[in-house]
Design a protein around this ligand. Structure first.
Ligand code: IPE
Ligand code: IPE
Ligand code: MG
Length: 249
């Protein structure tokens, strides 16, 4: 933690929490055992981000495609979601953490939906870490939705198609109120994005680790941040331009 430069922290970290199922299977257990242990990692990483003063943390917890998993696993995950929110809301409030959800909440079972609504309401005045849970989320779902809504607003005359620019599109995404992630971490050893924040990750630094999500702890997060801080972010410019700009600043 001491090695982290606190003046150059990413404002927004996004994490694909992957590897729960394999973690459990490697221990001869049911996949749900892995999801259950993944909750401890969520708690630890949320705490770690809050301590560091990270402003936004997005956790990919359940994708649109995950609805196609065996019913027993989906049901188990939804039950775990409801239980976890119930247990954690007080701690979120104690730590000044505000919960947000991105994704198609209408797809969620009624109980999960109402439980989440309540948690959103109960934490809405908190001003510390913004915790964005990506639930029933996929980037293509989000982009299709955005296009639909832009079409609707063009048709009603609310926007002129000639004025549509990148800011317009950004305003129609579920992350309209949040800056783009600077650092995206994927645990579990896969090197892919799996339909996560495709638009928002345009210039994010990507960090992949073999560590399974249930084993991921603050120390692993610190390693990812240090790795991030050692990279040169060029945004299409040359290294020399970037070095000159940082010398001027
Ligand atoms: C990530 O772990 C959690 C969810 C997708 C809900 P997985 O369940 O995908 O675990 P692996 O990738 O099969 O090990
Ligand atoms: C991505 O993990 C979704 C979440 C972590 C919630 P998956 O395990 O569903 O992704 P794929 O299937 O390996 O691409
Ligand atoms: Mg997986």
């Amino acid at each position: 933690m001491e090695q982290i430069d606190k003046t150059r922290l990413p404002r927004h970290i996004a994490i694909i929490m992957d590897g729960n199922g394999r973690w459990a299977e490697e221990k001869g257990q049911d996949r749900l055992y892995g999801h259950f242990h993944g909750v401890a990692s969520v708690r630890n990483i949320v705490e770690g981000c809050a301590e560091l003063g990270i402003e936004y943390l997005t956790l990919y917890a359940f994708s649109t495609e995950n609805w196609d998993r065996p019913q027993q696993e989906v049901d188990g995950l939804m039950t775990l979601l409801v239980d976890t929110i119930r247990k954690e809301v007080n701690d979120l409030n104690k730590n000044n953490i505000r919960l947000h959800v991105i994704g198609d909440m209408n797809m969620l079972p009624k109980l999960a939906f109402t439980e989440l609504q309540e948690a959103l309401e109960m934490t809405k005045l908190n001003t510390g870490l913004n915790l964005l849970m990506a639930l029933s989320y996929s980037s293509r779902w989000e982009l299709v939705n955005a296009v639909k809504n832009i079409g609707r607003d063009v048709k009603s005359g609310k926007i002129d198609p000639a004025t549509i620019n990148q800011d317009t599109l950004q305003q129609y995404l579920s992350t309209s109120n949040f800056p783009d992630p600077e650092l995206m971490i994927r645990t579990g050893g896969e090197y892919r994005i799996s339909n996560f924040l495709l638009y928002q990750l345009a210039y994010a630094e990507l960090y992949f680790t073999n560590t399974r999500w249930p084993d991921f702890r603050k120390e692993n997060l610190y390693e990812a941040i240090i790795d991030f801080q050692n990279r040169e972010r060029r945004y299409g410019k040359t290294g020399r331009q970037i070095q000159e700009e940082t010398q001027l600043a």
